[in-house]
Design a protein around this ligand. Structure first.
Ligand SMILES: [Zn+2]
Length: 450
């Protein structure tokens, strides 16, 4: 090869590299170079999107002001084109959120905020299989109350509790129209990287694990999670141990309550549920005292309320450990089908504690949404009554058949979504094998499904 030939080849190579990008830009009318978004609209979104998140949060301790920058890489794995994202963050519902910037592939886009949901227009259509980068910057303020759902985004009792601050792939669901229940339907993310900075030294309890620090910034990572939450305090005490099989590090953080009992209960519930359902999939289980409210689940992370009396800690710990199987690993539309996560988790809890009882509310249907029950009867009907229903079924078809069906359902929907119907069908198959006809009770309690 001569020098002239080399120079000619170089020119060709440069043209080959530059031209496609230039024509792509011309085609998309000046849109960001390399963006896969094409013109038009399809009026469609989906929960079946794959997104990874890189998110930073700055916290001003005394005022509770937070500044968030979250960059997500979202790939459309939904089987069809989409033109918007429905992202979930409680900062929008509770934190008086001020949206500073939202871009898709570097271009500013239109966002509508509806309670906890940011509806992000992609500025065109993202075809199946294509990816986009979405950057969101906002400011918000943690509440200084813990009433209602305020505790999810709050500063109280020496603790900062920050739930679902990363705008996350979800579906739009009402936040305020149910008194109780989790109004979240969120997709699993294979990887989340987080940096948390505060204006004072803090101990953080998070959904992930620490990957390092510099100054007052701490870095965390989590994999296969449906949210990324944290609590922080300047004076958390810490007690830790390992699961019985040595596979899971269990760490408990608290300011006001004793940690050893919670650690022991978590350890023993984890072993019991693993034996029945399958291995807990995360390397760590973090349990932390949160500013108030009630116990709350997150993948590999549990909040125990600072305002719960001590006698509730055992029940709440076991219940939230149960959610690791049903919510964290097997997701579902929590607001629309609370039976699929709450009744099953309460069943695990009451089976473990041997504390089944009938609902104190009148017998009612189990297939309504969290918006379909009134006040205290939501817990009594769906949790207590739902757990009782499942336990009667277990007794009628035999424990072996029941647990095998529940384990099968768990394995089938691991890191995806299950649902009330899928669960009931699995149990029906096991009942048929036992010669038990479940249709009368299914029709009675799940009229929308049977
Ligand atoms: Zn629950």
């Amino acid at each position: 090869m001569t020098f002239a030939m080399r120079r000619a080849l170089l020119v060709v190579l440069v043209l080959v590299t530059v031209l496609p990008a230039a024509t792509a830009e011309a085609r998309t009318g000046g849109r960001s170079r390399g963006s896969a978004i094409t013109g038009g609209d399809v009026d469609r979104t989906s929960i079946y999107l794959r997104a990874t998140y890189d998110a930073d949060l700055d916290l001003e301790w005394s005022t509770g002001r937070v500044a968030v920058r979250s960059e997500m890489r979202v790939t459309n794995t939904s089987g069809g084109p989409i033109d918007r994202l429905e992202l979930n963050t409680v900062a929008a519902a509770l934190g008086n959120m001020d949206l500073i910037e939202t871009t898709v592939d570097g271009r500013a886009v239109e966002v509508t905020v509806s309670e906890q949901t940011l509806i992000v227009r992609l500025g065109g259509v993202l075809p199946e299989g294509a990816s986009a980068t979405v950057l969101i910057r906002y400011r918000a303020t943690l509440r200084d109350a813990v009433s209602g759902r305020s505790w999810m985004f709050s500063r109280a009792n020496g603790i900062r509790s920050v739930h679902r601050w990363i705008p996350w792939v979800s579906r739009k669901r009402p936040f305020f129209s149910a008194d109780a229940g989790d109004p979240f339907f969120t997709a699993l993310s294979p990887e989340v990287n987080v940096s948390l900075t505060a204006d004072r030294a803090l101990t953080y309890a998070t959904t992930g694990w620490s990957t390092g620090s510099d100054g007052n910034t701490r870095h965390f990572r989590a994999t296969d999670v449906r949210d990324f939450n944290f609590t922080a305090a300047a004076d958390y005490g810490k007690t830790q141990g390992y699961s019985r099989d040595g596979q899971t590090r269990i760490v408990v953080y608290s300011r006001s309550f004793s940690r050893s009992g919670i650690l022991a209960d978590a350890r023993s519930a984890l072993a019991a549920f693993e034996a029945k359902l399958g291995q807990y999939p995360y390397p760590r289980l973090t349990i932390s005292e949160a500013s108030g409210g009630t116990g709350m689940e997150s993948p590999s992370h549990i909040w125990i309320s600072a305002t719960d009396p001590d006698y509730l800690h055992r029940f709440v710990t076991v219940h939230e450990v149960g959610h690791q199987w049903f919510y964290a690993v097997v997701g579902n539309d929590q607001p629309r089908e609370p039976f699929a996560d709450e009744a099953v988790t309460e069943f695990l809890t009451r089976w473990y504690l041997d504390s089944f009882r009938g609902s104190s509310c009148a017998k009612d249907e189990l297939d309504r949404s969290i918006y379909g029950y009134s006040g205290g009867c939501f817990y009594e009907t769906v949790y207590v009554g739902g757990a009782y229903f499942l336990n009667e079924l277990r007794q009628d078809i035999s424990s072996t058949r029941f647990w095998s069906a529940l384990r099968g359902y768990y394995q089938d929907h691991r890191f995806g979504f299950g649902g009330t119907y899928e669960l009931l069908q699995r149990l029906k198959k096991a009942a048929n094998a036992a010669g038990v006809d479940v249709m009368p009770r299914y029709r009675d309690r799940f009229p929308s499904l049977y």
